[in-house]
Design a protein around this ligand. Structure first.
Ligand code: PAF
Length: 279
């Protein structure tokens, strides 16, 4: 495994990798098993796997956790070696944004709701950095986890609209044994919050069961999900929404491919989770 921080270093290597399939797993580091599952998938489908680690300032709001986002390159490197990563690309902010950036990628409409509503500009930052990573690494495949289902919809839209020659591959959400979706931000949870956090997935499971029993009324499901989550004293709901996927269109009745997504604040941690169903 080789650690690279300069774009020119990678460009040189890339130019010698003719005929080999390249997969990228873009991350912000502080890796967990969810990231490792993306690497495993990438290993199956490519000759070379590049893991990028870059905490992207463009996708953080002014009062968000850019400066405190957990970082541990030594631990990440060990996990990457164990998972079989060939290259870690971990540029400094100055390498990615050497001059004030005047060009950004904005995906319209589907970035305005759900996480985009409470994190204005977030998805412009994500789309811009992912586009830059795709331009730099020039992979055949790029791997993303479905915990950020809206992010996946945004990236797929961008790649489609701008004819980017890459396949977007997705992997299911990985969960702790009590159901909490794995996230680098879970380390922010206090002991009490960590104990309460599985309520999110339990409630999503309740909704899946209700839908399987024939419930189709979106307003009813959303109301009941919110009510159940509010039973946990640490939870402050940001949103609970049920929408068509991947269009993210508003729906009144559960039909077709749907996303039930939620974002909940527990203390200083903002947790997201979702389920996608085809009814
Ligand atoms: O999902 C993430 O970790 C980030 O949003 C991504 C895709 C690496 C872009 O910074």
């Amino acid at each position: 495994m080789k650690l690279l921080s300069k774009i020119t270093e990678w460009r040189q290597i890339r130019s010698e990798l003719t005929g080999q399939r390249i997969g990228i797993v873009p991350t912000m580091g502080y890796l967990h098993e969810g990231h490792v599952s993306l690497v495993h998938q990438a290993k199956k489908e490519n000759d070379i796997v590049v893991l990028s680690i870059f905490v992207n300032p463009l996708q953080f709001g002014v009062n968000e956790d850019f400066s405190t986002y957990p970082r541990d390159i030594e631990r990440d490197s060990q996990l990457a070696i164990d998972a079989g990563v060939d290259y870690i690309f971990t540029p400094e902010v100055e390498e990615m944004y050497p001059t004030p950036i005047r060009t950004n990628v904005k995906v319209n409409e589907i970035t305005e709701m759900l996480c985009g509503a409470s994190r204005p500009g977030h998805f412009d930052g994500v789309a811009t950095v992912v586009m830059k990573l795709l331009q730099i690494i020039q992979p055949h495949n790029a791997y993303f986890g479905m915990k950020d289902a809206q992010q996946v919809a945004v990236i797929e839209q961008m790649v489609h609209d701008l004819n980017v020659p890459v396949y977007i591959r997705t992997c299911p959400i990985l969960r702790e044994s009590d159901g909490l979706a794995m996230s680098s931000r879970n380390v922010y949870l206090s002991a009490d919050e960590r104990e309460e956090a599985p309520i999110l997935y339990k409630t999503l499971q309740w909704a899946v069961e209700a839908i399987s029993q024939g419930e189709r009324d979106v307003e009813q499901i959303v109301k009941e999900v919110a009510k159940r989550i509010e039973l946990s004293p640490s939870s402050q709901i940001d949103y609970v929404e049920l929408r068509q996927y991947p269009s993210l269109d508003i729906i009144q009745r559960v039909e077709g491919k749907i996303l039930l997504a939620l974002a909940v604040r527990m203390g200083r941690t903002r947790l997201i989770d979702n389920v996608i169903l085809t009814v």
